[in-house]
Design a protein around this ligand. Structure first.
Ligand code: HEC
Length: 201
C-alpha cells in the first residue's frame, strides 16, 4: 500500500514537470551514449574556459572586473554552444541572481535536489552528472546536467555580505535587485550546467 502511494507521487511529480522519462530499446544505447559524451565534453570545456577566465580576471582586476565572467562570458559561451549544436545550453542555480538565464525548471530542480543528496552520501560535485531521455509535447530530448560546486573564489560575489566588498555589493544591488545567489559556502552546490538536446527524428 505504502509503495503504491509513493509510486503515485513519483508519477504525479513527473507529470507535473511535463517531462516523462522514456524507455528506449538497447539498439538506441550507442546513440544515447554518444549524445551524453558530447554533452559531457561541451560542459567540461565550458567550465574549464570559465574557470580560466575567472582566475585571470580576478588576478588582473579583482571582483569588479571579474563580474563580466559570470555576466557576459558565461552566457556568451552557452549561447554560442547552443547555436552551434542546436541544443539549449544554460547554467542554472540553486538560488538565482539572473532569473532569465538561471532559474531551473521542474526537471532541473529535481536533479539539483538529487545532486545535493548524492553529495550528502559522499559524492563530489566535480564529477557529478545526470542524464535522462524525456518525452514532451514538442518531442523527445536528451537532458543532461553537470553539477557546479562553490569554490572559495566564488565567495567574492556569491558569499555572505561580509565577503562581498562594497563596490561589488553596490554593483550587484543595482544590476540584480532581487539577487538570491548569495550566502553560499565552499562545498555548497551552486547550480549546474544544463543541456537539452532535441532529437531530430
Ligand atoms: C565577480 C563576481 C562573481 C564571481 C567571483 C562569481 N560570480 Fe557567479 N555570477 C555573478 C553574476 C553577476 C551573475 C549573474 C549573471 C547573469 O546576469 O546572467 C552570476 C551568476 C552565476 C550563475 C548562474 C545562476 C544565477 O545565479 O543567475 C552561476 C551558476 C554562477 N554564477 C556560478 C559561479 C561560480 C561557480 C563561481 C566561482 C567559480 C562564481 N559564480 C563566481 C558574479 C560572480
Amino acid at each position: 500500500m505504502k509503495k503504491k502511494v509513493s509510486q503515485l507521487l513519483i508519477a504525479t511529480a513527473l507529470a507535473a514537470s511535463g517531462a516523462v522519462p522514456v524507455a528506449y530499446a538497447s539498439g538506441d544505447d550507442a546513440e544515447i551514449q554518444a549524445r551524453v559524451d558530447e554533452a559531457k565534453a561541451a560542459s567540461g570545456d565550458f567550465l574549464k574556459q570559465l574557470g580560466g577566465a575567472m582566475k585571470r580576471e580576478m588576478q588582473a582586476g579583482g571582483p569588479t572586473a571579474a563580474m563580466k565572467v559570470c555576466r557576459d562570458i558565461a552566457p556568451g559561451i552557452t549561447n554560442d554552444i547552443s547555436l552551434e549544436k542546436g541544443w539549449k545550453v544554460t547554467r542554472v542555480g540553486t538560488r538565482v541572481r539572473n532569473p532569465m538565464l538561471g532559474l531551473p525548471d521542474a526537471w532541473e530542480q529535481r536533479v539539483l535536489q538529487d545532486f545535493e543528496k548524492r553529495a550528502a552520501d559522499g559524492e563530489k560535485y566535480d564529477a557529478m552528472t545526470y542524464f535522462e531521455v524525456v518525452e514532451e509535447p514538442a518531442g523527445k530530448s536528451l537532458r543532461y546536467m553537470k553539477a557546479i560546486g562553490v569554490a572559495p573564489q566564488c565567495l567574492a560575489c556569491h558569499g555572505s555580505a561580509g565577503q562581498i566588498e562594497e563596490p561589488v555589493r553596490a554593483q550587484l544591488k543595482t544590476l540584480y535587485p532581487y539577487d538570491r545567489a548569495v550566502d553560499y559556502k565552499p562545498g555548497d552546490l551552486r547550480g549546474a550546467v544544463s543541456i537539452k538536446q532535441p532529437f531530430n527524428d
